[in-house]
Design a protein around this ligand. Structure first.
Ligand code: KIV
Length: 270
């Protein structure tokens, strides 16, 4: 079968991709310039992740980033994007208290950034919030497994749901998210056998990060993929570039050229 060309990716396109066994590609972006490059490269979903808290702001966790900051990142991204579906993380503290707060946060993201969908971390404990957001017409992506906003509950960033009890809860939560209307679920850092089972049992797309290859799509953090981050080296990460070292090289050459008087030369001035 010929691969369908999507001029504009929607939540419906993602469901079609799953139904046609076409894998979904997803990558983070937080700014206009890189989001434009990611979009032109043909990525299906751009996630304005709360990992911006680590990558952009240098925080140790995703917890400190605010709703205003997420809206700033999302509106920068959306200005660059012509094809991809843009999904924005609801940051920690903006949806856990009650469903009214969750709805207000999601509405602010949609209205003020122009993004297409939101992502929330968690299962049954946030079901009322998810239902209320979906009732307002806002598409919701779920996120199960390692949910970094709960890092202080977990204590470590290690693989989740290795034991039966947690795995069964995750399967139950995935069914629940599908039932209440999520359009896709991110599964982070869980055993590949478990992820495969979830992707088979659940009809909406399951997008993995550290969840093996037998799911419906894959997501990575852009800065990890292009090697701008150096210290973060989990097993699931494939680096396609070593941009960190290339940038260091370019900048030190620039600095050397200034010191030696080589820059600017005659053609580089008026
Ligand atoms: O915030 C983020 O970047 C994420 C991905 C790792 C899935 O949630």
């Amino acid at each position: 079968m010929n691969k369908k060309i999507y001029k504009r990716v929607t939540v419906k396109s993602l469901q079609e991709m799953k139904d046609n066994a076409e894998k979904i590609s997803m990558l983070t972006s937080y700014d206009f310039t890189l989001a434009g490059i990611v979009d032109k490269s043909g990525i299906d979903v751009i996630l304005v992740g709360d990992s911006a808290s680590n990558i952009m702001a240098g925080h140790e966790t995703t917890l400190p980033i605010t709703l205003d900051q997420m809206i700033y990142h999302a509106s920068s991204v959306i200005r660059a994007v012509e094809r991809a579906l843009v999904v924005v993380d609801l940051p920690f503290g903006t949806y856990q208290s009650d469903s009214q707060a969750a709805l207000e946060s999601a509405i602010r993201i949609m209205k003020e950034s122009g993004s297409h969908a939101v992502k929330l971390e968690g299962g049954k404990e946030i079901k009322d919030s998810i239902k209320r957001i979906i009732r307002a017409g806002i598409p919701v992506m779920g996120h199960l497994g390692l949910t970094p906003q709960s890092i202080y509950k977990f204590g470590t960033y290690t693989v989740r749901a290795k034991e039966d009890k947690e795995a069964n809860q995750l399967i139950e939560d995935a069914h629940l998210l599908e039932k209440i209307g999520c359009f896709a679920i991110v599964l982070e850092k869980v055993p590949s056998k478990l992820a495969e089972r979830v992707a088979k049992e659940i009809n909406i797309p399951i997008i993995g990060i550290g969840a093996g290859g037998n799911v419906d799509g894959q997501v990575l953090v852009l800065h990890d993929l292009i090697g701008m981050t150096k210290e973060f080296n989990p097993r699931f990460l494939r680096r396609y570039m070593n941009l960190h070292d290339e940038i260091v090289n370019a900048i030190s050459n620039f600095s050397d050229d200034i010191k030696s008087g080589d820059f600017p030369n005659e053609n580089e001035q008026y």
